[in-house]
Design a protein around this ligand. Sequence first.
Ligand SMILES: [Mg+2]
Length: 282
Amino acid sequence: MEYEDRFRQVQRPKYDCLLFDLDDTLYPLSSGVASECLKNIGDYMVERLGIEERKISDLCNLLYKNYGTTMAGLRAIGYEFDYNDYHSFVHGRLPYGKLKPDPVLRHLLLSLPIRKVIFTNADEVHAAKVLRRLGLEDCFQGIICFETLNPLPASSSDQERKTEVFDIVGHFSHPTDGVELPKTPVLCKPSVDAMEHALRVAGIDPQRTMFFDDSVRNIQSGKHIGLHTILVGTSRRIKGADHALESIHNMKEAFPELWEEGEKSELVLHSGKIGLETSAIA
Ligand SMILES: [Mg+2]
């Protein structure tokens, strides 16, 4: 018995990294930020890309569903635009004031001596603003964001410029044999390739990582690549999710062992490279 106790003491914890989505995971969907974001995306498509307003809703749905993000879909079907312009338009006017400091979550995260990393499809500026608003800017050891996965600006070479926009709405309303959806140059969740690439860049072992995300698709891809998955924002577990949490605030009730194991291995972890400030992984 004594031996077993000692053995348990030196056993390494099951998880050595917690990977968190940002939007609608670290703060609730009810904040209203997501709906404003969607509205801004529609406005961008009308104002900057000249798409007819009546087409926006269907187009957005199809692009989001097939490419993970509307932006990735817009690039796939042939629109050329500057990524920074898109991000500043879509995120620049978001009502960040709706996000309030969350001292409860801050305490939970800071009391957990395990590497914590953000994994968001959004750009670095947005991620930093959200974390600052929530009062969580020093709670993570890294951010995997749009720029991590897409370090190069959108190509504007004539060779790659598409002359025609692929009619994705028509493609789904009148499917034609042999016509495939064009591929996107943008890497983002829930693409399995993009997620595997992100974990490699950040040096994350999926088998030893818990992944928190509010998107069912991201969770299912996460499961596929070996992450331990937690769907956030609902208590209803779906296929691909190992757990479901109504709120990220419930993480300690759901996984008390993380804090217990973390305490035991704190000394070991702190001898590693853990920075105090959150920075994007590029
Ligand atoms: Mg999300």
